[in-house]
Structure formats: structure tokens, C-alpha cells
Design a protein around this ligand. Structure first.
Ligand SMILES: Cc1cc2nc3c(=O)[nH]c(=O)nc-3n(C[C@H](O)[C@H](O)[C@H](O)COP(=O)(O)OP(=O)(O)OC[C@H]3O[C@@H](n4cnc5c(N)ncnc54)[C@H](O)[C@@H]3O)c2cc1C
Length: 319
């Protein structure tokens, strides 16, 4: 079996998700040929070396000025070319905006579907099963993809990077490509960095909200309390996924890691992926459900409605 990982570059480095995927596929598909495809302009040797160390046996590169920035059409053409050349069984990419744009486009051109945002891969005999959390992560969808070629994107942060990788020097295969006018109808203009960048790492107080907050507007009370306490707000992925707050406020496995003196967790259930990002001196949990896992980690627990309790705390502190 041949596995092809689509590598992504971010801020001049191989994106961590790519290394995490390499770790996972090496674990699940030990006896398979694991290769990576890397596109860009002026591809660096250090990237190729790093991919080898993290388990890529072969790296198929396409080095072209047209691939300096991600654009759909040139990338579709480049990936299609590599697929035609090596005929992989599985093509897998991190579900970043680029991965989620590219793989379904290439898949649909081949008349197959693409499993998206998976968080696990399992082999059961000859079957390959892809797991995707659904219904707000309360249930797991397990998919088999029929057909000779399987396109898959992963949820970002789903797989850990191997801290002690033991791979070696990969074989590098340079693939030639020529782009035509029709491949370049869309031009790259500029990249603007997001204006909201929050450093939660140094915050001494964090008032974090979860799904229990109930909506974007309801975050106001958390913002007010955080402001009075000289702190910041934080959020679970449930909230950032629903755009109640910007992604940059997410705390946990795929968000920021924080170590405040005080962490107020309001309407947060206490999922391991959230908890793994918190090292607080004092954790105060507010939840209506007395059996919520968050209480296992809390120094102080308040069973009740955050919409009544947070205004009370605000009032007491303001007195
Ligand atoms: C690979 C992967 C990576 C992930 N990475 C992250 C990550 O980095 N960060 C992250 O946060 N999540 C992450 N998740 C998601 C995580 O698994 C949980 O789904 C998520 O943390 C749940 O968010 P929540 O606690 O806000 O929502 P829920 O689990 O739905 O909990 C809501 C809680 O609010 C309580 N509640 C409801 N109403 C009220 C009220 N009025 N007052 C008080 N309490 C109330 C409920 O009792 C419940 O306990 C990841 C998941 C996966 C699979």
C-alpha cells in the first residue's frame, strides 16, 4: 500500500500537522511506502530532511514560482500529477484551509469522495477505518472509503508530533510541471495577518467560556469580568467553531496552552483536549451539571447557571 502525505509550509516551516500525520501513518501503516509531496518555490533542504526524520521514505517535490503561495488551480494540477505518477492508496492532508480546499477538489475530479476532519485511522484486517467526531463531538462517525484511492483530511491538532523521530534521509524525486494561462487565472496579491492576536500565555487571570455560555452576545459578561480582574477571556473549541469568539482565544490541544494564577471555567464540560492546555494555580468551575468532568480538575466548584453566577461575582468584586 502507498500512502501520500500532502505537506504544508507555514511561516517558513513544515506545519506541525504534517509531522503529526507522518507520525500517525507510520504507526498504522508500518509496512507501507510512506511518501510526502511538497510544493513550493525554493524548497529548502531542511524541510526535506525534517520530513525524512519524521518518517517520509520518499519526498516528491514540485518547485515552481507559481507554487510559492497556495492557489487552488496550480495545486490541483501539481497534486494530480504526483498522484498519476505514484498511484497512492491513501492521500492525506491536514484539514487546514489549504488541505480542505485542495483534497476535495482533486477527489471530485476523480469521481471519489473525501473523508474530512478525521481524528483517527484504524486498520481492521484489510479494512481501513477513518474516525470523525460528529454532533458537537458527542458521537463518532466511522467511515470506510470504497475505491482504489482514498482522500482524507485530518482535524487540525488530531495527531501528535513524534518528539523522538528516528527516520532517515528520504529519497527525493523532483517532478516537472508547466503551468498554462488557465491554471493561473487567480493571482496571489498579499497576505494580511489577522488583527486579533491574543497572547493568553502570559495572562494571570483567564475567564474562559464553553458551550454553556450560549452565544456570542453572552460572552459580554465574561469580557467584563476578565477586564475587572485584569485578565483575558478564553474559550473552548466549541465556541470558536461556532464563531462566538475568534479562534485565537481557543485553549487546549489545538489552541493555546495557558498557565494563569486563576482560571474560571464557565459552562465548560472539561474535555481532555481542553484541559490539556491548562496549568492553572487555581481553577474555579461553574457548571449546571454536578457530574461535569471539569469538577475533577477544579479547586473550587460552583454548581449553577453561569448567567446568574458571573454577574454576582462581578458585582462582589466591583463593590
Ligand atoms: C482532535 C481534537 C482536538 C481538540 N482540541 C480542542 C482544544 O484545543 N480545545 C478545546 O476546548 N476543545 C478541543 N476539542 C473539543 C473537545 O473534545 C470538546 O468537544 C470541547 O472542549 C467541548 O467544549 P465545551 O466544554 O465548551 O462544550 P460541552 O462539552 O458541550 O460542555 C458544555 C458544558 O456547559 C454546561 N452548561 C450548559 N449550560 C450552562 C449554564 N447555563 N451554566 C453553566 N454551565 C452550563 C454543560 O453542563 C456542559 O458541561 C478537540 C477535539 C478533538 C477531537
Amino acid at each position: 500500500m502507498k500512502i501520500l502525505v500532502f505537506a504544508q509550509i507555514r511561516d517558513g516551516k513544515i506545519e506541525e500537522n504534517t509531522l503529526g500525520i507522518l507520525n500517525k501513518v507510520n504507526e498504522v501503516f508500518r509496512d507501507s511506502e510512506i511518501s510526502v509531496t511538497l510544493f513550493g518555490s525554493n524548497i529548502k533542504d531542511e524541510w526535506i530532511k525534517q520530513l525524512g526524520v519524521h518518517g517520509a521514505k520518499k519526498v516528491h517535490t514540485i518547485d515552481a514560482p507559481e507554487l510559492e503561495y497556495y492557489l487552488s488551480r496550480p495545486n490541483v494540477k501539481a497534486l494530480s500529477k504526483v498522484i498519476d505518477k505514484i498511484q497512492p492508496t491513501i492521500i492525506i492532508a491536514a484539514g487546514t484551509v489549504y488541505g480542505e480546499d485542495l483534497l476535495p477538489r482533486v477527489a471530485i475530479r476523480r469521481g471519489v469522495s473525501c473523508a474530512q476532519r478525521i481524528t483517527d485511522i484504524a486498520k481492521e484486517g484489510e479494512e481501513i477505518l477513518f474516525h470523525t467526531p460528529v454532533r458537537d463531538d458527542q458521537a463518532m462517525k466511522v467511515q470506510k472509503i470504497t475505491g482504489d484511492i482514498k482522500f482524507v483530511t485530518t482535524r487540525t491538532g488530531a495527531f501528535f508530533v513524534n518528539e523522538n523521530p528516528t527516520g532517515g534521509e528520504p529519497e527525493v524525486i523532483s517532478v516537472d510541471i508547466t503551468f498554462e494561462e488557465k491554471d493561473l487565472l487567480v493571482k496571489h496579491v498579499e497576505i494580511k495577518k489577522a488583527e486579533v492576536t491574543v497572547n493568553l500565555k502570559d495572562a494571570k487571570v483567564i475567564v474562559a467560556g464553553g458551550r454553556g455560555v450560549g452565544g456570542k452576545d453572552q460572552f459580554t459578561i465574561l469580557k467584563e469580568l476578565a477586564s475587572i480582574l485584569g485578565g483575558q477571556i478564553g474559550a473552548t473549541r466549541a465556541c470558536t467553531d461556532m464563531n462566538w469568539v475568534e479562534e485565537t482565544y481557543e485553549i487546549g490541544q489545538t489552541g493555546q496552552s495557558v498557565s494563569p494564577d486563576v482560571y474560571i471555567a464557565a459552562g465548560i464540560s472539561g474535555a481532555p483536549q481542553h484541559i490539556s492546555g491548562i496549568k492553572a494555580k487555581t481553577l474555579i468551575a461553574i457548571n449546571t451539571d454536578e457530574s461535569a468532568a471539569i469538577f475533577n480538575y477544579a479547586d473550587y466548584g460552583i454548581i449553577g447557571d453561569l448567567h446568574s453566577i458571573l454577574p454576582l461575582i462581578k458585582q462582589k468584586i466591583s463593590e
